[in-house]
Ligand binder design. Sequence first.
Ligand code: IDP
Ligand code: MG
Length: 154
Amino acid sequence: MHNMERTLILVKPDGVQRGLVGEIISRFERRGLRLIGLKFMNVSQTLAEEHYAIHRGKPFYPGLVSYITSGPVVALALEGTNAIVAARNTMGVTKCHEAAPGTIRGDLGLEIGRNLVHGSDSVENGEKEVALWFRPEELVSWTRDVDRWIFEGA
Ligand code: IDP
Ligand code: MG
C-alpha cells in the first residue's frame, strides 16, 4: 500500500517506572497504527550504543545511554500509512516542555532527558531500527478486520 511505513517505538525506562506503559501504547493504538511487534526487555549496553550511534560524541550521549539502560523498556514495532510522521506527531517534540498539549511528551513530561518515548525519525531508520530491535520471527504479519476503515486503500 502507498506510504505504508514501519516505526520502532520505545517506552523508555521513565515511562515504564511511572506506570505509563498502557497510556503510551494506547495512544499509538488509537491513532490507528497496526501492532506488528511487542516486547518488554532490558537494554544491553551494546544495543543502546548501536541504537544511539548517531549521537555518539555529543555531550548528552553518555547520559542518554545510561538513561535507556537504566531499567526495562517496552519495544513496539508499528506499521501504518505515514507511520513515521504520524507517530512523531503523537509523541510531540523532543523537549517535553515545548511539546504540544495532546502529545505524549506534552501531556506527560517536563524534561528532554526524561521524555518517555522514542520513535524512528525517517522511513529508512524505521526499517533499520525495527530490524535492530526485533528478529524476523518476532514480527507478526496479520490483517486487522478494521484495516479498511483506517487505511483507505486496504
Ligand atoms: P528524538 O528522541 O525526539 O528523536 P533525538 O534528537 O533523536 O530526539 O535525541 C535522542 C534522545 O536523546 C532524546 O529523545 C533525548 O532523550 C536525548 N537528548 C537529545 N538531546 C538532548 C540534550 O540536549 N540533552 C539531554 N538529552 C538529550
Ligand atoms: Mg531521534
